[in-house]
Design a protein around this ligand. Structure first.
Ligand SMILES: Nc1ncnc2c1ncn2[C@@H]1O[C@H](COP(=O)(O)OP(=O)(O)OP(=O)(O)O)[C@@H](O)[C@H]1O
Ligand SMILES: [Mg+2]
Length: 250
């Protein structure tokens, strides 16, 4: 079955290599995301998913290859420049500020937005999360762990991203809250925002995604439409190196 890849890419990553000091982690990663697409990035622990997001958003230097966003070369861009271009990364295990209010956490996330726009942006971000909107004047520390995780996502939304990259936003959440967070991903998609979603929960993640990439040992080992047959099984095989297309071995 053909993969319904987007005609026009918002994000184009080509031949990307990155790592930590002398340790190479990513080995020639190619990935693209169309405008309004939700793309899942799955893979076992240590595969390089977080490293890939960090390299895309400029938190980690790219040692080879390219990152292009809406035609703009972001290969050497700082996280701030990437965020200004509309590419926002909510990092794995992001912690909110517990001593200041929920609203001030959101204000900080939008510190460089035009003054006249900030209040509206905060309301816009809160509109996705009624349970934390009701607590906007409470300290961040007064929120439950799950609500703090939602606040971290809301901090990304304050910037009104064109592409939001979420690194395991559902980690440690109860099943009900997992569904809430993934529901927000669907709402974003309906509004035309692209999402790159790193997750461990294969079936729930596929249910809200258009396409999926699997990463194993720093290489893309599978690319598929999220509705393709037998995908959970194929993904698991890909994780363990039994479903690698020959073209991807090079
Ligand atoms: N700061 C670091 N310094 C050195 N090596 C690192 C660092 N961070 C990650 N690594 C290594 O890079 C590889 C990829 O790690 P990464 O965190 O990107 O994987 P991941 O797919 O996000 O895993 P997980 O599912 O556990 O979040 C691993 O071998 C890891 O040990
Ligand atoms: Mg990770």
């Amino acid at each position: 079955m053909p993969i319904s890849a987007p005609e026009r890419s918002l994000l184009e990553v080509g031949g990307l290599e990155a790592g930590y000091g002398k340790i190479a982690v990513l080995h020639g990663v190619d990935l693209r995301i169309g405008a309004g697409e939700v793309v899942a990035l799955l893979g076992p622990n240590g595969a390089g998913k977080t490293t890939l997001l960090r390299a895309i958003s400029g938190l980690l230097p790219v040692t080879a290859g390219s990152v292009s966003f809406d035609g703009q070369d972001l290969s050497r861009a700082s996280p701030r420049e990437a965020a200004r271009a509309g590419l926002v990364h909510v990092i794995e295990g992001h912690r909110v500020f517990t001593q200041i209010s929920v609203a001030d956490n959101l204000l900080l996330a939008g510190y460089d937005l035009p003054r006249g726009e900030r209040a509206a942006r905060i309301e816009e971000a809160l509109s996705f999360f009624p349970e934390i909107a009701a607590k906007r004047h409470d300290r961040g520390g007064a929120l439950s762990g799950g609500q703090q995780q939602m606040l971290a996502v809301a901090q990304g939304l304050v910037r009104r991203p064109r592409l939001l990259m979420l690194d395991e936003p559902s980690a440690g959440l109860s099943p009900v809250l997992v569904d809430r967070v993934l529901g927000v991903v669907s709402e974003l998609r309906a509004k035309g925002t692209s999402v790159l979603l790193v997750e461990q929960l294969i079936e729930k993640t596929l249910a809200v995604s258009d396409r999926v990439y699997a990463l194993a040992q720093g290489r893309i080992v599978l690319e598929a439409g999220a509705r393709e047959d037998d995908l959970p099984h194929r993904l698991e095989r890909a994780y363990f190196g039994e479903d690698v297309p020959t073209a991807l071995h090079a």
